[in-house]
Design a protein around this ligand. Sequence first.
Ligand code: PLP
Length: 400
Amino acid sequence: MSEPITQSFDFATRAVRAGTERSQFNEHSEALFLTSSFVFDSCAQAAARFSGAEPGNVYSRFTNPTVTMFEQRLASLEGAEDCLATASGMAAIMATCLATLRAGDHVVCAANVFGATIQLFSNLLSRFDIAVSYVDATDANAWRAASTPRTRLLYCETPSNPLMEIVDLRAFGNFGREIGALSVVDNCFCTPALQRPFEFGVDVVIHSATKYLDGQGRVLGGAVLGTKAFIREQLLPVLRSSGPSLSAFNAWVLLKGLETLEIRMRAQGTSAQVLAKWLEQRPEVARVYFPGLESHPQAALARSQQSHGGAVVAFEVKADPSSQRSRAWKIIDSVRTMSITANLGDTRSTITHPATTTHGRLSHADRSRAGITDALIRIAVGLESVEDLKRDLAQALAAH
Ligand SMILES: *Cc1c(COP(=O)(O)O)cnc(C)c1O
C-alpha cells in the first residue's frame, strides 16, 4: 500500500505523485477516462449520486476521474484547500466572476493584466451592470482610492505582462479582507513552482494551464483554487450549470505537464536571468524589464514573493519615437530560432511585439498609460541553449 502524498512531502514529490488515484488495474501512469457519463447499479444509486448523498462520478461536465487527479495535484502544489479545472484560463476567470458578482457590484482590477481579461471585465461584465475600475497595481493607495462599498472582487497578476510589475501580495490579500472583497491573483507567469499566493493570504488563485502548467504548447486549460467552501459551494454550482469543463484528455496532458513544471521553470528561469543580464549590456537596448535584475524597481519585493525572476523578459530597443515600431519589427523578423507568436510558457522560446499584438486592441492613450511603447519586445524564454538564443538575438539586433 503506498503512502498518501500529504503536504509534508516536498514540492517535487507532490508534482509527480499527488492526486494520483489508481483504477482496479493498478496502472502506474494516470488513467485517461474518456467518457461523458458513468453508470449506476440501480435507480436508487443514480438518485443518491445526483443528490450528492453518495459520492461518485455522474457526468463529466461536473466530475471526471482524470480531471479530478489534475485538480488535486494542482491544489497540492499551490497549497490550496481545493481546485476546479476549466476549459481555459478565460473560463476560470469568467466562472470566478459568475460565482462572486451580481448586478450593481464593483471590481477593482490592476491596469496591467491580460488583454482578454480586460475585455471580459469592460465589455461583458458591464452588460450585467457590474462596474470595473483599473488601478496602478504597484500603488497600495490606488486600490483603496478606487474601492467603493460595492467592491466585491480585487484582481491582479504578478509579475504583470509585459512590464513585469510586482503586486505586494500580502497587502493585496489584507486589503481584500479589510473591505470584504475576494482577492484574486492570476498566477500564470510564476506558477506554484516559483510563487504560492496563498502563503501571503490571498483568497483565490487563477491559472491559464495553457501556459507553463502544460508547458509544451499543446492544450488549453484553466483552474480556480481556493477554500473548500468557495470552490464547492460557490464555484461548483456555476460550473455545473454553465459547462466550461476541462476535457479529460487535456487534464491528462496537464498532469504530465505538472510532473516537469519545477525543472522546466528552473531551467527556463536560469536562461531568462542570463539573457536579461546580457540584454542589459547591449548597446542597442534602452531598458530591460525582468524581476530577477537588481535594476528592477521592485527587486526586493519580487525576491520576497517569488523564488526567481521567472522566464519572461521584456526590453525596449533604442530608436527615435518615429521609428520604434519598424526597428522592433525588424529585430523580431530577423530572429531565426525563436518563434513569432503571442503564446508563452512553451519549451520553445517565443518573441512578441506587445504594442501591435497582445495589447494592439487598446487605444493609443491606454497603451501609453500602461507604459507599452512601440520599442518594446517580449521574449518568453524556452529550453533551447541560452548561448544559441544570445547568438540569435545578437544577429537580430545587428540587422538594419
Ligand atoms: C493566456 C492567459 C490567460 C488566458 O488563458 P487561456 O487559457 O488562453 O484562456 C489569462 N491570464 C494570463 C496571464 C494569460 O497569459
